[in-house]
Design a protein around this ligand. Structure first.
Ligand SMILES: Cc1cc2nc3c(=O)[nH]c(=O)nc-3n(C[C@H](O)[C@H](O)[C@H](O)COP(=O)(O)OP(=O)(O)OC[C@H]3O[C@@H](n4cnc5c(N)ncnc54)[C@H](O)[C@@H]3O)c2cc1C
Length: 406
């Protein structure tokens, strides 16, 4: 039987970073992953360039039943800390949009950074290797049944991630383990996911597939309200693009409608009426100066207005109705594209029984949960990786602070 100070299950973003940090603090660390290939989610992230953090990160960029839980870890290991590490590894990067940082070259560079950090910490990695069971050991710590034999560990870190993209190794192992050890689970559901609509309702809009435009989208009310100014993308089955991915995380009920302002920088109900005296254009042409051509044509058809009618001859009431419909499009998704297309999991191991300082279970001393398996879900834009780094760092610090018992 092999003995380690800590066994980290899951060699994704959080697991690799935690293992490397703990190893560099002098712990004997074993990192186990059941997937054939290392860190596939990092590899496919950010369109292959890994949006590894965001310059501006705070609790407001995360969703959780306990929105304050992430505060401590995010404050102790910040985007600046990770940026320094990226620079120390000589990785060139750039800012793309709203503080989002991407590798210039490839996400493989972030994987190599994490591998080198693990090597610097003397981390032992078994991959592919499954873990059949984890149980407390009567003498303290834990015993794990792995595909490579029995292992004894003073502490166990669960870093098995969320449920999205099952074909590259996602599993509910961490959630099941948490339940078995008495933890509550906040219902997992796909987040940062394209939304779908009833095919019959969507048929006219399907013709707009591929069209993208900046919108304001919102859902919910009060504290639970989400609102984003981002691009929306029409697809054959519904809506996608950053605006929709962001707002999908905020939908809490199937019967929650979306509000979309398709022209957030304009005030069309007023502008069209104001344009009447000077305009010699037909309504369709005037409208198309303010919205993408394909969308404006469809919208007029939808509003049952004659695109060929001179603007000057249109009734004010019709123009106001048309403008208002553009600014207040209300629509009800029928579902989403599910785990196959989701970028993250909303929900996970409830933070109620975890220490926000160390990520340690309050129910089972020595057991830790980090990364996406925890009920902390970031916005699109590098926030989920930052949570992986910050929670992993908080955990590694704590692992090193307590003497080993195994
Ligand atoms: C297409 C896509 C693009 C994304 N792009 C970005 C982005 O650009 N920026 C960003 O911030 N976030 C992005 N994300 C989200 C980000 O990838 C995750 O939030 C992040 O990887 C979570 O880190 P983690 O370590 O908790 O989980 P993961 O990185 O998913 O790692 C979990 C690991 O655990 C292993 N595992 C699972 N079950 C078991 C088991 N039973 N036994 C052993 N090992 C197991 C898995 O094989 C995996 O290696 C993206 C996600 C997707 C799907």
């Amino acid at each position: 039987m092999r003995a380690f100070d800590a066994v980290v299950v899951g060699a994704g973003a959080a697991g690799l970073f935690c293992a490397g940090q703990a190893g560099q603090r002098g712990l004997r660390v074993l990192l186990i992953d059941h997937a054939e290939r290392l860190a596939e989610k990092i590899r496919i992230s950010g369109g292959g360039r890994c949006n590894f953090t965001n310059r501006e990160v705070g609790p407001a960029n995360f969703l959780s039943d306990n929105p304050a839980f992430c505060r401590s870890a995010l404050a102790r290991y910040t985007p600046t800390d990770f940026i320094k590490l990226v620079q120390a590894h000589g990785i060139a990067f750039h800012e793309k949009h709203k503080g989002q940082l991407f590798c210039d070259d490839s996400s493989e560079q972030i994987i190599q950074l994490l591998v080198r950090e693990c090597e610097a910490g003397g981390v032992t990695r078994w991959q592919p290797c499954s873990v059949a069971d984890v149980r407390p050991h009567p003498g303290g710590g834990f015993e794990l049944d792995t595909a490579q034999g029995l292992v004894r560990a003073a502490r166990v870190v669960v870093a098995t991630g969320g449920l999205p993209v099952p074909k590259i190794g996602a599993s509910d192992w961490g959630l099941r383990l948490a339940t078995r050890f008495g933890h509550d689970i906040v219902e997992p559901r796909p987040a940062l996911v394209p939304l779908t609509f009833d095919p019959a309702t969507w048929a006219p809009f399907a013709a707009l597939a591929g069209l993208s435009l900046p919108v304001e989208v919102s859902v919910g009310s009060g504290k639970a309200r989400g609102r984003f100014l981002e691009d929306l993308l029409f697809t054959h089955r519904g809506l996608s693009g950053p605006a929709i991915l962001q707002i999908s995380s905020y939908r809490t009920a199937a019967d929650q409608p979306l509000q979309i302002n398709l022209a957030p920088d304009l005030q069309l109900d007023k502008e069209l009426v104001d344009a009447k005296p000077a305009s010699r254009r037909q309504l369709g042409n005037e409208f198309a100066t303010r919205l993408p051509q394909r969308l404006s044509a469809l919208w007029l058809e939808h509003a049952r207005l004659d695109a060929a009618r001179p603007l000057a001859e249109c009734r004010d009431a019709d123009l106001q109705r048309l403008g208002r419909s553009v600014h207040g499009w209300q629509l009800m998704p029928s579902g989403d594209e599910g785990w196959r297309k989701a970028e993250v999991m909303r929900g996970g191991v409830s933070t109620r029984d975890l220490s926000s300082q160390t990520m340690e279970s309050k129910r089972v001393p020595g057991l830790y949960f980090i990364g996406e398996v925890v009920d902390v879900t970031g916005w699109l834009g590098g926030y989920n990786f930052q949570w992986a780094w910050s929670s992993a760092w908080a955990c590694a610090q704590a692992l090193a602070a307590v003497p080993a018992v195994a």
